[in-house]
Design a protein around this ligand. Sequence first.
Ligand code: NDP
Length: 283
Amino acid sequence: MAMILNGKEVSARIKDELRDEVKAMKARGIEPGLAVILVGDDPASAVYVRNKKLACEYIRINSFEYILPKETSEAELIELIQKLNNDSSVSGILCQLPLPEHISEEAVINAIDPKKDVDAFHPVNVGKIMTGNYDFVPCTPAGVMELIKESGIDVAGKECVVVGRSNIVGKPMAMLLLHQHGTVTICHSRTKELAEKTRCADILIAAVGIPEFIKGDMIKPGAVVIDVGINRIAPKKLVGDVEFDTAEKLAAAITPVPGGVGPMTIAMLMKNTLKAAELNKTC
Ligand code: NDP
């Protein structure tokens, strides 16, 4: 049976450490604040925004919420972002994706001041992640790296296979593994003989967005398996991109869904917000 990499527990530990850090920052006159913008009424996005607000409350930093109607224009949204860029009480800005179709995600991401871009999606921050000299690490891949650390496995020299090549998860994930000296293969929808590739992985990351796509027979015995996927298959049932029951029989360590990568993403967002507060401090 695999070791369960409990993201809920690890993230709770990290948030406790961050809460202490916030206390120390406030004593130095730094008051971190996170602005979260939600456009429209996507129920999953609303849940994510609520969880982010709760995390801010837990570590005792200010959160500023902007819930905008789905008819909001791109110009109005960018105007708000510019206002927040110039607001010294706002250390970090996050615009919850996806956005309604009439708004260009690229234009919105580009409007955020890179020093307040706690999601690390701005091209300046993406470029920094490529070079390895970064201020902000994208939250989900950063959370995955923490869970790999928790498994006790050293990434250096290991075969790492990332299934998924999105800008948000797959690509930055691959870069972080590379910076830790993993040998990285990135797979996607055009990859041939996927199972052959995943079966070579000492560390397998699934970020596909298809429920239970990675089956037990696609996993190398003893691998560390990290499931980034969050798929709602019934009103009260979430599953990942990995078929947990078959995978856990072979893996050395595995993340559950829910309670694996998801809570880590939010803890890493809090970490980035404190980093942003340091970067933007005026005193
Ligand atoms: P995207 O849809 O942007 O990317 C999915 C990737 O999977 C693409 O690169 C796609 O390939 C690849 N893919 C699709 N089908 C196949 C296939 N049959 N074989 C191999 N590869 C395939 O998703 P995201 O990266 O944004 O998210 C991935 C998952 O992670 C989702 O379930 C999402 O909900 C979850 N997620 C979880 C977070 C968390 O905090 N835990 C945060 C963000 C996302 P191609 O590029 O060729 O189309």
